[in-house]
Design a protein around this ligand. Structure first.
Ligand SMILES: [Zn+2]
Length: 167
């Protein structure tokens, strides 16, 4: 299996890599049948350790950027009830040309991951910025409803009434 994998276009016998890529060692095979180190073309944004994360075939190698994300906590149980994680990703052996290109993957532990072109990721980022603004508005509404007085935008007259002074 490893010998035939050498013939694929992902492996170069000498350092001739395209701009934006580096030669990286990758472990191909399996611990049971033996792992062979081959050099693959790996995009500069990829932070995967392709030796540690061995694959059966060079065609199984995909590229992963650093994961980043945000969790949604709950004061009911103390754990995150929802977690959003994303990273740059590409699968150079995919049948889908868009999967072969660098794109943004949003991980979905419950089902299919989201795959976004850079334009789609920009649009989604705009939506999430709007969501974040609404989250702040909701927080302010809840804080005011509970009699909180830490909001800097609170009407000064209301603040004086709360403090027992004449408005
Ligand atoms: Zn890589």
């Amino acid at each position: 299996m490893a010998q035939s994998a050498i013939a694929t276009s992902n492996v170069h016998p000498f350092p001739a890599v395209r701009p934006g890529f580096k030669l990286a060692p990758a472990a191909i095979g399996s611990p049971a049948d033996g792992l062979q180190i081959v050099y693959i073309e790996c995009p500069n944004w990829c932070t995967e350790d392709h030796v540690n994360e061995w694959q059966h075939s060079v065609d199984d190698v995909s590229h992963w950027g650093d994961s980043f994300g945000a969790g949604i906590p709950s004061f009911v149980n103390g754990d995150d009830v929802y977690e959003l994680a994303a990273r740059v990703y590409s699968d150079p052996s995919s049948q889908d040309p868009q999967m072969r290109l660098a794109h943004v993957m949003v991980e979905n532990p419950a089902g299919m991951d989201g795959h976004l072109t850079p334009d789609m990721a920009d649009e989604t980022a705009d939506d999430l910025i709007k969501l974040a603004a609404k989250l702040r508005t909701a927080a302010r509404t809840a804080r005011l409803a509970n009699g909180g007085d830490s909001d800097p935008d609170m009407d000064e007259a209301l603040r004086r009434v709360r403090e027992g002074q004449s408005a």
